[in-house]
Design a protein. Structure first.
Ligand SMILES: Nc1nc2c(c(=O)[nH]1)N[C@H]1C(S)=C(S)[C@@H](COP(=O)(O)OP(=O)(O)OC[C@H]3O[C@@H](n4cnc5c(=O)[nH]c(N)nc54)[C@H](O)[C@@H]3O)O[C@H]1N2
Ligand SMILES: Nc1nc2c(c(=O)[nH]1)N[C@H]1C(S)=C(S)[C@@H](COP(=O)(O)OP(=O)(O)OC[C@H]3O[C@@H](n4cnc5c(=O)[nH]c(N)nc54)[C@H](O)[C@@H]3O)O[C@H]1N2
Ligand code: SF4
Ligand SMILES: [Mo]
Length: 676
């Protein structure tokens, strides 16, 4: 008899889909999106439609492993959990005795969006241990800082509201690839007459299906936003009533923006002046108008300021007033979970050292007082995803570094571990989920048994805490108690949302009032004065150092801007073990203008290099990028790449202007055809 079980997709994706599994003879035989879920709408993206392949892969890790080969070589032998946990306990105690607990560094990011697995027992454990804390900057921190600077709170409109829009601008947002559940709402809006514009250096799947693709030079969005402001004010399309009531600093901004004439902005962005004028006219005229801003814009040197400026646009036009107007970057803060109850920062013996995860290479090779002597990795694959990969790998190779990796698969990072611990997938453990692209809280109970001896992060950290003698109640709390804590913030958005209710309904909409969420229709921004902050401080456009208008000497040697946006069929490095994904992430898109003079044709091997490294990829000479830009869908497993380095060996450790983020999309390179 077939049985139906429910779950939630835990991948790092704004859509946070509800899932339905069909179970036959104890095995899942089908995975589907939850029908009737207002955002999932019964369908899944291609990668998770194939998730059962991963779930039941013969390559899943099923027992703890101890390294027997050299670091990075990938030779291991099975050991018992008891041995593995004893080794960790002893090594941690010795490191603490010799160097202090801050010599231990946890390292985690987006493997799971589940609050228990990714922000729960792990945080409590490392806080109590007194370990260094990790500043989780690798994905969104510049955009977060930019959005906060303008709005004072990270609210955005509902995906369901997009159907009411008449103009939708996907700005650095590859909707079809990274946010596919927004797509049906865009399709419906267009059926009702909306225009859909994409602003992206790459002709993505989304851009190729848009009414208009505006190709922008990487890292120049701040200039475009300022140029649009200039025109909106000059054409009297600013909503002065809204600005007077709900914004501060806008008269100074109006003055600053005057310098950004269409001609000047055109030179920086590569967008014809006439198109800039037309875009401003349409954005100023059309109501409701919404901007779907995603994180592509903020992975560059001025990315924080760019997000700040883009977030000012719907304030200037008063687009927030209308249903279907405003902006969506992230909806995450609307959940108002009780993070303190979950993470328990008060368990720290003193405020401990904060280490920026985007600078892992430096942390492992340069940091002192104390040096990092133990690295504990879970929910992340730093050997593949972090900038300045050669420094990261040099650090991971250190004989005196004790590395533990909790994984589902034998990643590059796992190859460098002293101990590898097998862990569960989201289908196998309990967790609670918010979202960054919608407003539904969801609960998932284990739908499938873990393979072999795999254990969840929560179980692993609970056991380690016991072994280290931590006797606070924090470490014996059940998963259900942790969830009750998360829901206990007392914020009105969570009123009436209980564990019991989630167990029955599985997905519950936040209490956002009647109808669609209109966060700033009547002002109410997150700053103390309730206003949006439009002061133009530090807002002037300066091109990124690593860009076509950047450092002169650098661009003489390395004249092409490399970006490495998300691959359609993968999730960062998560599906890097798949052959089809491996092929897709081995590609470099090159324009005809750049390929021709170098004698490069599609299918050729090209060497992509700069002062940091050299990587060989397969050329695709097509219209995907414009002259001066090359693009490689990310992210390949480095060990699949000849030379053992992926694209992140080319990326610098330089941080964004605000938020301490990584600058993956500010990277200058040169390319040449490989010799026969
Ligand atoms: N299929 C798939 N889905 C994913 C992921 C994945 O790896 N694969 N990753 C997940 C994660 S971790 C995240 S954070 C989200 C990210 O979701 P997105 O932010 O949508 O993804 P990105 O590909 O980083 O960037 C979006 C677009 O910005 C463009 N871009 C790059 N530089 C610039 C620029 O300077 N200006 C402008 N205007 N555009 C620019 C890129 O070409 C890309 O098309 O996606 C999530 N979903
Ligand atoms: N060049 C370039 N580099 C990038 C990006 C880019 O666009 N270009 N994007 C950046 C961005 S936006 C992000 S978010 C980062 C992502 O970087 P990471 O967060 O490291 O993401 P993944 O590569 O998906 O690796 C997640 C790992 O967690 C494991 N995992 C999954 N679930 C669990 C679990 O429950 N427990 C444990 N212990 N492990 C689990 C998976 O098997 C997988 O190996 O990469 C960044 N790096
Ligand atoms: S990755 Fe995103 S779109 Fe795909 S199933 Fe998960 S939440 Fe849904
Ligand atoms: Mo991300």
């Amino acid at each position: 008899m077939a049985e139906i079980r429910h779950s939630v997709c835990a991948l790092d994706c704004p859509d946070a889909c509800g899932l339905v599994l069909k179970i036959e003879d104890g095995r899942a035989t089908r995975i589907q999106g939850t029908p009737g879920h207002p955002v999932t709408q019964g369908f899944l993206c291609g990668k998770v439609a194939r998730y059962l392949e991963r779930e039941y892969s013969p390559n899943r890790l099923t027992t703890p492993l101890r390294r027997v080969g050299a670091k990075g070589e990938g030779r291991f032998e099975p050991i018992t959990w008891d041995e593995a946990l004893s080794v960790i306990t002893e090594r941690f105690q010795a490191i603490i005795a010799d160097h202090g607990a801050e010599a231990i560094l946890p390292y985690s990011y987006g493997g799971s969006m589940g609050l228990l697995q990714a922000n729960g027992m792990d945080r409590r454990f490392f806080h109590r241990l007194g370990a260094s804390r990790l500043d989780r900057t690798i994905c969104a921190s510049a955009g977060t800082a930019g959005l906060m600077a303008t709005q004072g709170i990270r609210y955005g409109i509902d995906p369901e509201a997009f159907v009411h829009s008449k103009l939708i601008i996907a700005w650095g947002a590859n909707v079809l690839t990274t946010n596919v559940h927004l797509w049906p709402f865009i399709v419906e809006a267009r059926r009702r007459g909306a225009k859909f514009i994409v602003i992206d250096p790459v002709r993505t799947k989304t851009a190729s299906l848009a009414d208009q693709h505006i190709r922008i030079n990487p890292g120049s969005d701040l200039a475009l936003a300022l140029g649009l402001m200039h025109l909106l004010f000059a054409n009297n399309q600013a909503d002065e009533e809204y600005l007077k009531a709900h914004a501060s600093g806008w008269t100074d901004l109006r003055e600053t923006a005057q310098a950004y004439t269409p001609e000047k902005v055109s030179a920086w962005t590569g967008i014809p002046a006439a198109d800039i004028i037309e875009l401003a006219r349409e954005y100023g005229e059309t109501k409701p108008a919404v901007i779907r801003l995603n994180y592509g814009v903020q992975r560059s040197e001025r990315g924080g300021a760019a997000v700040r400026a883009v977030a000012m646009l719907p304030v200037i036009t008063g687009a927030w007033r209308h249903v279907g107007g405003g902006l969506q970057l992230s909806t995450s803060q609307a959940f108002h979970f009780n993070r303190t109850a979950l993470e328990m920062p008060e368990l720290q013996p003193h405020p401990t050292r904060l280490v920026n995860m985007s600078e892992l290479g430096s942390a492992l090779t340069k940091l002192n007082d104390p040096p990092v002597k133990a690295l504990f990795v879970y929910c992340s694959n730093p050997a593949a995803v972090v900038p300045d990969q050669r420094a990261v790998l040099a650090g991971l190779s250190r004989e005196d570094l004790f590395t533990v990796v909790v994984e589902q698969f034998q990643t590059d990072t796992a190859d460098y571990a002293d101990l590898v611990l097998p862990t569960t997938t989201f289908l196998e453990h309990t967790d609670i989920y918010g979202a960054y692209g919608h407003h539904y809280v969801q609960l998932a109970r284990p739908a499938l048994p873990p393979p072999g001896q795999a254990r969840s992060n929560v179980e692993i950290f609970r056991e380690l805490a016991l072994r280290l003698g931590f006797d606070e109640p924090a470490f014996t709390e059940s998963e259900d108690d942790m969830i009750r804590g998360i829901l206990s913030s007392g914020h009105k958005h969570l009123d009436g949302i209980t564990l019991e209710r989630l167990d029955i309904e599985r997905s519950v909409r936040l209490n956002l009032g009647e109808g669609l969420f209109r966060p700033f229709a009547d002002g109410g921004f997150g700053h103390a004065d309730g206003k949006a902050d439009l002061r133009p401080l530090d807002l002037d456009y300066v091109p990124p150092i690593e860009s076509r208008h950047g450092d002169f000497a650098l661009r003489q040697s390395f004249p092409l801007e490399l970006i490495s946006p998300k691959n359609h069929d993968s999730m960062n490095s998560t599906f890097g073990n798949r052959l089809d994904v491996d092929r897709q992430t081995a590609i470099l898109h090159i324009s005809t203008a750049d390929a021709g003079p170098r004698g490069i044709a599609s299918g050729d091997s090209v060497r992509v290099f700069n002062g940091r490294a050299s990587v060989v990829l397969a050329a695709e000479v097509d219209g995907v990028v414009g002259p001066g830009t090359v693009s490689s869908p990310s992210l390949r497993w480095p060990k699949k790449q000849p030379g053992g380095l992926n694209i992140n060996a080319l990326v610098s450790e330089r941080l964004t202007d605000i938020g301490g983020g990584a600058t993956f999309y500010s990277c200058l390179v040169q390319i040449e055809k490989c010799g026969d």
